[in-house]
Design a binder for this molecule. Structure first.
Ligand code: HEC
Ligand code: HEC
Length: 224
């Protein structure tokens, strides 16, 4: 009896020791996020706050309350240390270029802020629902049927960047975005973006085609 209790106690201790650094880093990352003024342009508490087009236009940067469901951890840590434009145009603009002036974090700060942001998740995203695949069906939807490519950049046939500039670039989206989030966003845009700047595809695309196109976008990776 005594032995069981002891073993259980040691097990719990080991578990808490194992889990502690990530939690500590998330707390430290929250501190860095606030100290560096990130919260001036990004909100991190969900659900979505914007209700009207005015709310959307008042935002200075994208919402981050579901960042842990949207992004891939390695990409996020790399991007925070060396941010490169994601949207070809300035946030909330259809005419001005992206000024490419996003604040940068030092390596250790980028690491703890990554732990903080990865701790922010949405339960509308079902883990393991999308496997990346170069689906020809997905490609056909992306480039022809619903031309996603009319608003999103991607790497076209001749390895050159093709596509429109009004939406975020999807070049290498398979390194940046969580495949499961891509599908969840298309299926339930109202959860993530209640004020829509992108057409809603529910009703236009079947569930199967939504899955096909999500798998296709998730397969966008640099060619080796
Ligand atoms: C002056 C406003 C401003 C500040 C301050 C700011 N950001 Fe941003 N952030 C933006 C804008 C605008 C974008 C979109 C950039 C793009 O598309 O290239 C962005 C994009 C992001 C993204 C990607 C989000 C997405 O959905 O594409 C992350 C993550 C992020 N910022 C984190 C941070 C962190 C961490 C800090 C603090 C070190 C910070 N930001 C400070 C305005 C800001
Ligand atoms: C009329 C232009 C337009 C079309 C067509 C369009 N999108 Fe978008 N898309 C956008 C905009 C704008 C955003 C940014 C989200 C917002 O502000 O609502 C976006 C966001 C996204 C995102 C999230 C990117 C990020 O980094 O936040 C994905 C993934 C995406 N679109 C995929 C698609 C797919 C797949 C299709 C075709 C089925 C498609 N889009 C068609 C304009 C478009």
């Amino acid at each position: 009896m005594m032995k069981t209790i002891l073993t259980a106690g040691v097990g719990a201790l080991l578990l808490s020791v194992g889990a502690a650094p990530a939690l500590a880093d998330a707390a430290a990352g929250k501190g860095v996020f606030e100290a560096k003024g990130c919260a001036d342009c990004h909100y991190t508490d969900g659900p979505a706050k914007e209700k009207t087009i005015e709310d959307q236009l008042a935002k200075k940067g994208p919402e981050l309350w579901y960042a842990g469901s949207k992004f891939q951890k390695d990409w996020l840590a790399g991007w925070l240390a060396d941010p490169q434009p994601i949207r070809p145009l300035k946030f909330n603009s259809l005419t001005e270029e992206n000024p490419a002036d996003h604040p940068k974090l030092a390596g250790d700060e980028a690491g703890s802020v990554t732990d903080f942001l990865m701790s922010l998740t949405s339960d509308a995203v079902e883990a393991g629902s999308v496997k990346p695949k170069k689906s020809p069906k997905g490609r056909q939807i992306f480039t022809k049927k619903m031309p996603c490519s009319g608003c999103h950049q991607y790497v076209g046939r001749k390895k050159t960047i093709a596509g429109g500039r009004s939406g975020p670039s999807l070049v290498d989206a398979g390194l940046r975005l969580n495949p499961d989030w891509i599908l969840a966003y298309m299926q339930q845009p109202e959860v993530f973006k209640p004020v829509k700047m992108m057409p809603v595809f529910t009703g236009l695309l079947s569930d199967k085609d939504m899955l096909n196109v999500a798998r296709y976008v998730a397969s966008f990776k640099p060619k080796k």
